[in-house]
Design a protein around this ligand. Structure first.
Ligand code: SF4
Length: 195
């Protein structure tokens, strides 16, 4: 883990560590006030149970808590965007696969701050293993959760399918912090969270 965190820092990412999901939620609530915040679809963020605490002191757009016609678009255009990641590679790269594209768009748009909340289970080995984790662990689990009619939802392995329900249509890899984002932060939680 230490090598990965060092490489994340070398790549321009801010690294914050928390021991538990509860501690991570308290950290987010304490550091974000008076902001517009977008949140991406994520079981990790659901596990943190942080929406209410953030919404008490910020304008928060998260379709998992308060769906609305413009929620996803507003989330992408918020000052701060919070997401998880499918994997973090040993080289300090951040990987996310997306079906619709809104979650990766939220992390790509110029922002004051993007925060990736990741459990220790998201820290993979080298890039090839991180990509394998994203494709063969995270994506099949998400397909199953979303009741998608895909082969991976049946056997838990990616078939690079041509299903209309395919949820893997975009892959974004952050090698380094983009120019337009003041702070890109990886909040590492020392627990297994999400897929
Ligand atoms: S490409 Fe298809 S089979 Fe592979 S993980 Fe995505 S949805 Fe599942």
């Amino acid at each position: 883990m230490e090598k990965t965190l060092e490489n994340l820092k070398k790549n321009g990412f801010t690294v914050t560590r928390c021991a538990t999901a509860k501690e991570a939620a308290e950290y987010l609530a304490s550091t974000l006030r008076g902001k517009t915040i977008g949140m991406g679809g994520s079981m990790t963020l659901e596990a943190l149970d942080v929406y209410d605490a953030l919404a008490a002191q910020n304008q928060v757009y998260w379709h998992q808590a308060a769906p609305g016609p413009d929620t996803v678009e507003r989330a992408c255009n918020a000052q701060v965007y919070i997401s998880s990641a499918n994997a973090i590679s040993e080289e300090g790269y951040i990987l996310n696969i997306d079906g619709r594209g809104n979650r990766v768009a939220g992390t790509l748009m110029a922002k004051e701050r993007v925060i990736f909340v990741v459990g220790r289970n998201k820290l993979a080995g080298p890039m090839s293993q991180a990509l394998d984790r994203a494709r063969n662990v995270a994506a099949p689990a998400n397909a199953r959760r979303l009741n998608k009619k895909t082969p991976c939802a049946v056997d838990g392995v990616c078939h690079d399918c041509a299903s209309p329900d395919r949820i893997c249509n975009a892959l974004v890899v952050f090698w380094k912090r983009p120019y337009g984002c003041d702070t890109m932060e990886v909040l590492v939680v020392d627990e297994d969270l999400g897929y």
